[in-house]
Structures are given as C-alpha cells and as structure tokens.
Ligand binder design. Structure first.
Ligand SMILES: NC(=O)C1=CN([C@@H]2O[C@H](COP(=O)(O)OP(=O)(O)OC[C@H]3O[C@@H](n4cnc5c(N)ncnc54)[C@H](O)[C@@H]3O)[C@@H](O)[C@H]2O)C=CC1
Ligand SMILES: O=C(O)[C@@H]1CCC=N1
Length: 279
C-alpha cells in the first residue's frame, strides 16, 4: 500500500463510516479526496459530513464501487440486500474488488450471495472509537479474499486502533462486546458523573474524572496484563470506601447486568443473521 493512496469507498456514509474515515485521515492513511461515500437521499447530514472531509459524497452506490479500490459496506444490516443488489444488477461494473462489510449479523455467505461472483469479501467488526484511533476491530476473510486483502484490511484497521483476525463463529459475541460496548461504557460514564454531581461535584469535573478513570482502568488491564480482579483488590482497602461501593454494585447485580447485556446483544445479532435478509 505504499505510494499511491488507496481509494476508499463507503456504501453508507453514516456514523460508523464517518468514524472510520476520520480515523484513516488522522492516521495519514488516506485523505478526504481519496474517499467516496454514498448515502440515502434523505440523509443530508451524512452527505454533508463526507463533503466536509473533502470526499466525494453521492446518492448512488454503483459509482462508489467503480471509483474505489476498497469498498466498505456500512449500511444498516436490513439495507445490505438492496444496496448490494444495486451493484449486482448494474451492467459492466468491475466488482473484482475488496469489500469490507461492517454490517452487524450479515454473514460472509450472505455477503457473497448479494455481491457479484468476482467480489472479494472480508467481514469486519469495528467500533466508534476508531474516530480517535482507539478502536477495537476484528476481521474474518471470505473464501475469495487473498493474503494481500488480509494485509490491506489489517493495515487499515490497525491505523484506527487494535485489530485481530478471528473466525466467523465469534463475530456475534464480538459485536455484542466491542461493537456495542462503547454504548455501555458511555452510560456508565454518564451515571458515574451523575453520582458525582449528586454528591456535589461540578458536572464538567465529574465527566473529566469519570472518562479518565475508564480510560486509565482499561489501559491498566491492557498494558499490565494483571488480572482485573487483582487490580480491583489493589483499590479496595479493608473497611474502606471502595469496598462499600463494590458491595452496593454487587447488590444491584452490576456484573450480572453486563453479562446479560452481552448475551442479549449476541442473541440479537444471531436473529439478524438468521433472518432472511432478502426480505
Ligand atoms: N454505529 C456503530 O457503533 C457500529 C455500527 N456498525 C455497523 O455499521 C453499519 C452502519 O451503522 P451506523 O453507521 O451506525 O448507521 P447510520 O444509520 O449512521 O448509517 C447508515 C448509512 O446508510 C445510508 N443508507 C441508507 N440506505 C442506503 C442505501 N440504499 N444505499 C446507500 N446508503 C444508504 C444512510 O444514509 C446512512 O448514511 C451497520 O450495519 C452497523 O451494524 C458496526 C460497528 C459499530
Ligand atoms: O447496534 C448495532 O446494531 C451496531 C452493531 C454494533 C454497534 N452498533
């Protein structure tokens, strides 16, 4: 990928596409001018967001494929059959390209059916912290994806955070954990700050402390590789305030709520996978 910048296309220019596009740009891996995105004609906000990046922003899907080296499929799962149908129906489009699908629950088999036979598919699950290059992404290669495709995918995803190659059977729980996870953490940050405000902290200080605490704790687990239970014990003094706080969380089923969130979100991904996505 050295030399000429890859032309990156987005079929669906919404929130996740914008996070990835901005991440690629701040990583120096791409430029607005080397990107093209399509969106629904009613979605003027996404249209404007890609224009603001200096990218081409349009309301048709076929030119995105025609003009790109790598095409990111970033529409909602229910829209995937229609959007990819546009490409399959079109005459004379060279679809022998790398397609990265980030759609929740849409399997490689389904993607390969929706796309023209020559298309090379990689299924990816990113998350929105890609915007600040702190994303957590995984990918699975389809039948026709080459080693080059895997290394292009890895290079793109590593530029916006961490990236691991996995097997497709793990994709639904991964979607539930790291794909959706930022949403769980945002409400945790909001609630921690609400607690701080309830106890007299100024709101802005409470948000700064809550977000830095989440960031720091995550970094401790990742960088020290010490078991989170041991790190928790290090914070918890005998008869101290943390032990009192932890007891309250256990009484309210905090762990169980998080475990249940991952289980429920995984089941939702499986429902989408099993639905006849052509309907
Ligand atoms: N938002 C997130 O945190 C994550 C989302 N994803 C996946 O990314 C995909 C997109 O999600 P979001 O960006 O959140 O949704 P979004 O609603 O922000 O974006 C969807 C985009 O698709 C466009 N669109 C609708 N119909 C279209 C059509 N027929 N042709 C072309 N574009 C069309 C819309 O205009 C919009 O720009 C989903 O499949 C989701 O599962 C994956 C990981 C994380
Ligand atoms: O909520 C969703 O369906 C997507 C999948 C992961 C994050 N957002």
């Amino acid at each position: 990928m050295s030399g000429k910048l890859l032309k990156i296309g987005f079929i669906g220019g919404g929130k996740m596409a914008q996070a990835m596009a901005k991440g690629f740009i701040s990583a120096g891996l791409s430029k607005g001018e080397s990107m093209i995105a399509s969106c629904h004609p009613s979605d003027l906000a996404s249209h404007a967001a890609f224009k603001d990046l200096g990218a081409e922003s349009i309301f048709e899907n076929v030119p995105v494929v025609q003009k790109s080296d790598v095409v990111i499929i970033s529409v909602k799962p229910q829209v995937v059959p229609t959007a990819l149908g546009d490409i399959k129906k079109a005459q004379g489009v060279n679809a022998n390209k790398l397609f990265l699908s980030i759609a929740m629950g849409i399997t490689i088999k389904q993607l390969e059916q929706f796309l023209p036979g020559e298309s090379r598919v990689v299924r990816v699950m990113p998350n929105t912290p890609a915007l600040v290059r702190s994303g957590a992404s995984v990918f699975v290669c389809g039948q026709k994806a080459t080693e080059d495709d895997a290394s292009i995918t890895k290079k793109l995803l590593e530029s916006i955070g961490t990236c691991e190659q996995v097997t497709e059977n793990l994709l639904d729980p991964i979607t539930a954990l790291s794909g959706s996870g930022p949403a769980y953490i945002y409400i945790m940050i909001e609630a921690l700050a609400d607690g701080g405000v309830k106890m007299g902290l100024p709101r802005d200080l409470a948000y700064r402390l809550a977000s830095q605490t989440v960031l720091g704790a995550g970094q401790m687990v990742r960088d020290t590789k010490i078991h989170p239970g041991v790190l928790k014990d290090d914070v918890t003094s005998p008869a101290g305030s943390t032990a009192a706080g932890l007891h309250f969380l256990e009484q309210k089923g905090f762990r169980s709520a998080l475990i249940g969130a991952i289980e429920t979100a995984t089941k939702r991904c499986r429902e989408v996978s099993q639905a006849d996505a052509t309907k």
